[in-house]
Write a protein of this length. Structure first.
Length: 210
């Protein structure tokens, strides 16, 4: 084998290794949501986000996925149960009182890469309607929680103090999602190809010298 042929083989092997590792870095990106970001809607039965590729299929529990809906006071709405269908993740939610709401989300792409963020929308419901079921803490799917009581009277209930309840308005903290990293095994698979190409190059150079 000539030196030129050996170099061609080496370059080809390196190119194949780079191309094979390329898809591992092409992570999903969010391309849409419902309601749309910064929109005004009169009816909301669920919130959802849609990615540019299919999301990771991890069964009914949707481990690693999370969605929350909060109002301007920091109260949570929805049950925390996320459903995944192809490229879309959604959570049912019922809203009654008009106001501004924020949806925070975390989804996982097919390569195990988490995508998270948040968007806001305005609900134009009945301003006089009583608020729907709300929670002071972030709901967890399948975990029973006591909703925040709605009481218009001035008297404290259940022997509790009439001091106003302080609720954090900071965006909900979302723990890191379990990541299924597919880049490591692709890198290991390319090592033998590169090693063979280097061996062929060294062998050709030795023959040429002899």
């Amino acid at each position: 084998m000539s030196t030129r042929s050996a170099i061609t083989v080496l370059v080809t092997a390196l190119g194949l290794a780079v191309l094979s590792a390329g898809p591992a870095f092409a992570h999903a990106e969010l391309i849409g949501s419902s309601p749309e970001a910064d929109s005004s809607v009169a009816d909301v039965t669920e919130v959802s986000v849609t990615a540019g590729e299919e999301l990771l299929d991890i069964g009914d529990n949707a481990e690693g996925f999370m969605m929350t809906v909060t109002d301007s006071t920091g109260l949570y709405y929805g049950d925390g149960c996320v459903s995944v269908d192809g490229d879309t993740a959604s959570m049912p939610v019922a809203l009654a009182a008009a106001g501004d709401y924020v949806v925070a989300y975390r989804v996982v792409s097919n390569d195990g890469h988490p995508v998270e963020g948040q968007f806001a929308f305005t609900f134009t419901g009945d301003e006089n309607a009583e608020q729907s079921v709300a929670y002071a803490e972030m709901p967890e799917c399948g975990v029973a929680q006591t909703p925040v009581a709605v009481d218009d009277s001035d008297e404290p209930t259940n022997g509790e103090s009439d001091e106003p309840m302080v609720i954090s308005t900071a965006p909900p903290l979302i723990s890191p999602a379990p990541s299924v990293d597919s880049t490591s095994w692709i890198g290991f698979a390319a090592i033998p190809v590169i090693a063979v190409a280097i061996w062929l190059l060294v062998r050709a150079l030795r023959k040429r010298k002899s």
